[in-house]
Design a protein around this ligand. Sequence first.
Ligand code: ADP
Ligand code: MG
Length: 401
Amino acid sequence: MTMTQPSNFKLLTNETAIDLTKKLGLLHSDDSLLCNEIGDGNLNYVFHVTNPVTNKGVIIKQAVPYAKVLGESWPLTLKRSAIEANALIQFRSYCPELVPQVYYSDEQLAITVMEDLSHLKIARTGLIEGDHFPLLSKHIGEFVAKTAFYTSDFHLEPAAKKEVARNFTNPELCKITEVFIFTDPFLEEHPGEFELELLEAAKSIWKDADLILEVAKLKQSFESEQEALLHGDLHTGSIFASDTETKVIDPEFAFYGPVGFDLGQYMANLLFQAVTREATGKEEIFTHLQEFWNTFEETYTNLWNSENKSPYSKIEGYLPYVLNKFKGDAYGFAGCELIRRTIGLSHVADLNGIENKKTRITAKTATLKIGAHIIKNRKELNIPAVIEAVKQYTLPSYSAL
Ligand code: ADP
Ligand code: MG
C-alpha cells in the first residue's frame, strides 16, 4: 500500500544522516564519518553515525509514517517523534543521569539526534544473558517516582499541568496500547499470535468474566486518568543498562495517564525473567522487584513530604491512599502486559527465545496464569505476594500448594 507522506518529510539515508551530523557540528565533523542503520524496533529507523578517529558517535532516530510491525496499512503520525524528543528533554530535566541528551530535533523530518549509548546493553538482552544490572531497578524506581511526581498536580500549577498534558496528547500511539494491550488479547474474536498448545489457557482467559471486567476497568483508567506524564512503553527493551549506568529511551508513547501503567509495565517485564529463570536466578529478579518498589515508594514519599504543593498534602492518610492506588493499578497493568505479550501480537524474547517447546509453553502458561491472578487480586497484593504467586505457578515444589 502506498502512503502519502507529509510534503516536507524525507527518509534519511546513511549519507544524509552523516551530512546532518556534520551540519550540526557534532563529532569533529572535519573527519570522515561512518553510518549504519541499527534499528531493531518496529516503528522507526535508527542511524548510528560514528567518527572512527575519535570513536565517538551520535544516534539519529527517524520516525516513518506507518508502523513497521503492523504493516504499512497502520498509518502513524510523525508527531510521535516530537513527542519522544520533548519527553526525553522533560524527563532528563528531572533525572539527568537516567535519560540521554537530545542534541537536536526536527518535527517536520521526524528526527531526534541524541547521545550515543552504544557502550550500554538493552536491559532485556542483558537480563536474558544473565547480566545482573545491580542498580537497574533502583534507577527505574527513581525515574518513575520523579517523573510521576514532578509532572503531576502535586507539583505543577493546575493550568501548567493541563498545558503540558495538551502538548503530550498522543491519541494514535495510545490507540495502539488500547487495542493491543487492553482489547485484542482478551477477546476471542480478535486472536493474536500464539502456539496452538496455549489455546486452552487462552480460552480460560476469554471465558473469565470476572477477569474481563477488571481489564475493562483498567482500560478505562488508561483512557481517562491524567495523573502524570508517562513514558508509556517502559519495558526492558526501552532501557539501556550496565552495572553502573541506566538510561531510559524511546518515550514515543508518552502521554498523560495513570502512574501505575509505567510501574506495571516495568514489573511485568521483570516477571518474564522471574518466570523463565531457574530458582537462584528467580531470587535475583525478586530482589529487583522489591528494590524497584521500595525505591519508587521512598523517592515518591520524599518528594511528597518536601515539595508537594497540594493544600491537603499533610492530611493523614492521603499519601498512603495515593501510593496504594498506584500499587493496585500497577499490578493490574502488569497483568495485562503479561497476558498481551503471551497471546497478543507483540511478543518478548524472554519467552519466545526459549527453544525447547515444552519449556516455552510451560513458561507461557505460567505468565497467563500469573497475569490473570494479579489483575484480579491487584488491590490486595504486595511484592512478597506477587513473588509467592510466581513461585506457585512456576516451581514444581510449589505446585502442590
Ligand atoms: P523503536 O521505537 O523503533 O522501538 P528504539 O528507540 O527502541 O526504537 O531504538 C531501537 C534500537 O536502536 C534500540 O534497541 C537500540 O539498539 C538502538 N538505539 C536507540 N537509541 C539508541 C541510543 N541513544 N544509543 C545507541 N543505540 C540506540
Ligand atoms: Mg518504540
